[in-house]
Design a protein around this ligand. Structure first.
Ligand code: HEC
Ligand code: HEC
Length: 216
């Protein structure tokens, strides 16, 4: 009897562990509490998370909470922002390591607050051959969605509505090994071979110009 009970407890514990690891979106986060954590982000990402090209800081408005939390954790764990020469990533990593952001609950709250920002359309800065970009995007759709709306099951973030100069920058970082280099960064490691097919600046611009046409 005793043995059976302790087995039951073990099974329950294992199930909780699996559930706990599987998803960060189980707890929705408290936007009001997250608001107090955001002012430090404003200088680079803007008061409404609209992004700031002069600071190389991407738009946060419109991005899904699970992805924002995951990126913060990658920065906190040195899995992003530690590659030689990645000055922008290093700046952001320093911000993510603020002691007030050390718990997952804090990150959930912060992401919930970011989720309240209006998702304003970006001003396009990249031009390219949209038709060629559409063909190149076919391989991306499996993980990012056919409208680049993101696909959490594949860990692929939303790309539509993101600042186009940021998308270009990040594709280059994957190609140069400044992202997706860490063992812990499974998603980033998947991304690296995907952008190997974009062999020159024109190919990158084409696919980003196509993403600019998508409005999920
Ligand atoms: C000093 C400027 C600066 C500050 C302050 C800053 N960031 Fe960043 N952030 C950046 C830059 C630059 C990047 C892009 C890094 C790169 O190129 O890989 C970035 C990237 C990010 C990303 C990754 C987005 C993506 O789609 O890949 C998230 C999430 C983020 N910042 C959230 C925050 C939050 C939340 C705060 C406040 C706690 C904050 N940042 C404060 C400069 C900053
Ligand atoms: C096998 C799945 C997969 C495919 C196919 C794929 N990606 Fe990704 N992509 C990912 C994942 C996962 C991430 C997030 C990595 C992380 O968590 O840091 C990502 C991230 C990105 C980012 C960074 C976005 C941000 O906000 O930081 C860009 C840009 C991107 N992908 C573009 C593309 C393009 C363009 C293609 C097609 C040529 C493509 N991806 C194909 C899985 C994929």
């Amino acid at each position: 009897m005793k043995l059976r009970n302790s087995l039951r407890v073990c099974a329950a514990l294992a199930a909780t562990l699996v559930l706990g690891m599987g998803s960060v979106s189980a707890w929705a986060g408290d936007a009001a509490a997250g608001k107090a954590l955001y002012p430090v982000c404003t200088a680079c990402h803007g008061p409404n998370g609209q992004g700031n090209q002069a600071m190389n800081a991407p738009k946060l408005a419109g991005q899904e909470a699970w992805y924002i939390i995951k990126q913060m954790q990658l920065f906190q764990n040195d899995a992003r922002g530690t590659a030689p020469g990645d000055m922008q990533g290093m700046q952001m990593a320093a911000m993510a390591k603020g002691p007030q952001l050390a718990t997952e609950e804090a990150l959930q709250n912060l992401a919930a607050y970011i989720g309240t920002f209006p998702d304003e359309p970006i001003t396009p800065t990249v031009t390219g051959d949209v038709e060629a970009g559409k063909a190149a995007y076919m391989v991306c759709a499996a993980c990012h969605g056919d409208k680049a709306q993101g696909n959490e099951a594949m860990a692929g973030p939303r790309l539509a509505g993101q600042n186009d100069w940021y998308l270009v920058n990040q594709i280059k970082k994957y190609q140069q090994g400044q992202r997706g280099y860490h063992d812990m960064d499974h998603g980033g490691r998947q991304m690296r071979p995907m952008v190997a097919t974009l062999t020159d600046d024109a190919a990158i611009n084409n696919v980003v110009a196509y993403i600019n046409t998508l409005h999920p």
